[in-house]
Design a protein around this ligand. Sequence first.
Ligand code: SAM
Ligand code: DTB
Ligand code: SF4
Length: 340
Amino acid sequence: MSSVFERPVTLHRPRPATASPAVRWSVDAIEALFNLPFPELMHQAQTVHRENFDPNRVEFATLLSVKTGGCPEDCNYCPQAARFDTGVEATKLMEPDEVRVAAQRAKDAGATRFCMGAAWRAPKDRDIEKVAELVRTVKALGLETCATLGMLEDGHAQTLQSAGLDYYNHNLDSAPDFYGDIITTRDYQDRLDTLQRVRSAGVKVCCGGIVGMGETRRQRAGLVAELANLTPYPESVPINNLVKVEGTPLADQKDLATLDPFEFVRTIAVARITMPKARVRLSAGRQQMGDGVQALCFLAGANSIFYGDKLLTTGNPDTDADVTLLQRLGMTRAAPEVQA
Ligand code: SAM
Ligand code: DTB
Ligand code: SF4
């Protein structure tokens, strides 16, 4: 069997999302996609995927929690919120030397993007200066850089951009009409404001959400509509399946049914169709998913995964398992994105 790493580099991203004319998606139109027979939806998603990417390649992005736990927000899914008793210990921000070691290890294992997460509501000016140093450290290793630090104020995204930040991750998480059931300590508009600051600073946007939190199909369509109608839509779209962590309100909500895996695959397909040139990332929840469902997600247009045995605080398939899975599927790792 050939290695998942060894094929030559071909770039399949002819135009950035910004070059596409803005298409406005209604929630009805997106719900109609969700309602298609599964084979028809998969066919449409695959057609769009092949028009824009090599469908056999998957991006590897590695996460590192550079500042864990103790977060003042109340996101009902999150093990890092200080108010929930989840056993996550709060830590201080990591030093550049520690981050360099982790990033080098990720690169050696085959990652092309390195994403640093901090459990802040919003970083302070001095935090931004320290994270900028971490960004410089990771960038110097030749990795694409991403950070997710909470809400940004004016000037923060610019400082990070100057340090070499390629992407900023900030999720809309759910549809506007479900959001208040999940988070009360900041509102939807706060998130949109941060995304606007990221864009204005010339940093690419990584923005997605979580499914499996008890939302309806229409609300899943509502989340995808919000993402697809951002102008331009995000360059990266992480779709997370809720990881139920004991002590969080959503894990403790005993009547919360686990989402049908085919509905998760549908969400990926609909994201692919509505955001044709985005990297759609099969994100949290892979460990609970099984190889068959992951393969369906790739067929539905997912072309990125979090790669490494840990997400931020929870588990993820180990790198050997992912390399083996891609080998079994005859797929390979995508090259870092350099514009053609
Ligand atoms: N504190 C920052 C923020 O909220 O933007 C950055 C880190 S936060 C952990 C990043 C994202 O991880 C969240 O927006 C959410 O989509 C996802 N996430 C957190 N906990 C999760 C869980 N238990 N299951 C699935 N996704 C989760
Ligand atoms: C995203 O959308 N998912 C990642 C990343 N962006 C930062 C985080 C998933 C976290 C899952 C729960 C945990 O490990 O703490
Ligand atoms: Fe804090 Fe982010 Fe977790 Fe919300 S998702 S509690 S903001 S770390």
